[in-house]
Ligand binder design. Structure first.
Ligand code: NIG
Ligand code: FE
Length: 416
């Protein structure tokens, strides 16, 4: 049978949470979707190589689903590399933020940047993400903190999605920080009364996220923002239990968030409430690594998930790409999930693919290589998928396919 693409004879294919790893397997793609994934000999009988419009010989290589990076602040301007050095000298993230640095500096830079610069910046980040195997990425606004700049960010995110092979999922995050010299409650009033209606009217965001933490927004303020977003059709997400334990995870459960993210300080009760409400815990090991703090307790989430019968993968991992955590590679995030959190390698990869899809409320098979799923995959130049976390500090991804098209090769985006 003629098909668009045949990725054949892979040493190993990571199919998805239940089917896991197949040795000596091929993947059949047609019309942007996975048609079949199975043993190479069986696939060859039904889909002979000569009849495929395009073939990729993956002998000696591994094939994994494209990474689904469900938490980034990938659109920004400016440079905060000096904060990296300051943190090494002992300054904390909170101190930098309280002194008007951190997010506030990026807000200054974004407000001062042209639309063209912002778009160029995001497209450049997307090139790097794609070359490292990420085929779907969530990108948040939140470096505008005024209506005009928040809408500009969302507009740029939408245009980047149109122009770039990576699929970009837009999240409004007006409540990312209390603007300098603003009163928190008064700012929340504006987010609720002005920003959210405008964002909803323009149809430029899918999710609505809040930084619910010490030095940012309280649980009460966050609840107002998330409830108001829901009234406008935006699905809640929340930065929860990162710097202080505030009750943000319980709020995520209460409002039915798609995900609760960070969760360094979450408790067993928090994990139970999240799974009970169908919220995907999203862990960001790059942030812990960059700040040299404790990692989230993935064992806790996995134990509770097992007790409650939650399907694997119980959690998502994401990059948290932002100027405080300047790391685009989901392969490296999976390394950190293994080394920092002791997540088994295959589970780390599942959390970075199918887990990310769940954190974005996707139920179309995204993040798997099962029949019917979007044909998003990465061919890894290594004998097994475990090499992705195992071989860190380099890009092991050779070829990237998005929607059935080859979009990156040898570390570079392919414009065909
Ligand atoms: O997820 N915690 C808030 N937001 C980001 C950091 C953004 C920044 O520092 O610019 C995060 O880590
Ligand atoms: Fe974040």
């Amino acid at each position: 049978m003629t098909v668009d693409l045949l990725v054949h004879d892979a040493g190993e294919v990571l199919v998805g949470p239940d089917d896991q790893l197949l040795e000596g397997a091929s993947v059949v793609v047609d019309d942007g979707e996975i048609v079949a994934t199975g043993p190479a000999s069986e696939i060859e009988r039904e889909y002979p190589r000569e009849e495929a419009n395009r073939t990729i010989d993956a002998a000696g290589q591994a094939v994994i689903p494209g990474f689904v990076d469900s938490h980034t602040h990938a659109l920004f301007a400016g440079d905060r590399s000096d904060e990296f050095a300051a943190k090494l000298r002992g300054k904390t993230y909170q101190e930098i933020l309280a002194e008007g640095g951190g997010i506030h500096r990026t807000v200054d830079a974004v407000r001062g940047a042209s639309r063209e610069t912002l778009l160029d910046n995001l497209l450049a980040e997307l090139d790097v993400l794609l070359a490292h195997g990420t085929t779907t990425v969530e990108v948040k606004s939140g470096y505008g903190l005024d209506l005009e700049t928040e809408l500009l960010m969302l507009d740029v995110i939408g245009e980047a999605d149109d122009r770039h092979p990576v699929e970009v999922v837009p999240t409004f995050m007006g409540a990312h920080a209390v603007p300098r010299d603003a009163d928190a409650d008064a700012y929340v009033d504006r987010v609720v009364d002005e920003f959210l209606p405008a964002v909803a009217e323009q149809g430029v965001a899918t999710f609505n996220d809040v930084f619910c933490d010490e030095g940012a927004f309280t649980v009460e303020q966050s609840r107002r923002v998330l409830e108001a977003g829901k009234e406008h059709g935006l699905t809640p997400k929340i930065h929860a239990e990162e710097l202080a334990r505030t009750g943000a995870a319980q709020l995520a459960a209460e409002v039915g968030a798609a995900s609760a993210d960070h969760l360094l300080l979450a408790t067993r009760e928090d994990a139970e409430a999240l799974f009970e409400a169908g919220v995907t815990p999203t862990l960001l090991p790059g942030t812990a690594f960059g700040l040299d703090t404790e990692y989230a307790d993935v064992e806790l989430f996995r134990d509770v998930a097992a007790e409650m019968g939650v399907d694997a993968p119980a959690v998502a991992i994401a990059s948290d790409l932002n100027p405080n955590c300047y790391a685009q590679s989901m392969g490296f995030a999976s390394t950190l999930a293994c080394v920092g959190m002791k997540l088994p390698p295959t589970d780390a990869l599942l959390a970075a693919t199918a887990g990310g899809a769940r954190a974005l409320n996707r139920s179309d098979g995204l993040g798997t290589l099962r029949p019917g799923a979007p044909a998003d995959l990465a061919v890894v130049d290594a004998p097994t998928a475990v090499h992705v976390p195992y071989n860190f500090g380099v890009n092991t991804v050779e070829t990237v396919v998005k929607g059935g098209r080859v979009v990156a090769n040898g570390g570079r985006v392919v414009h065909e």
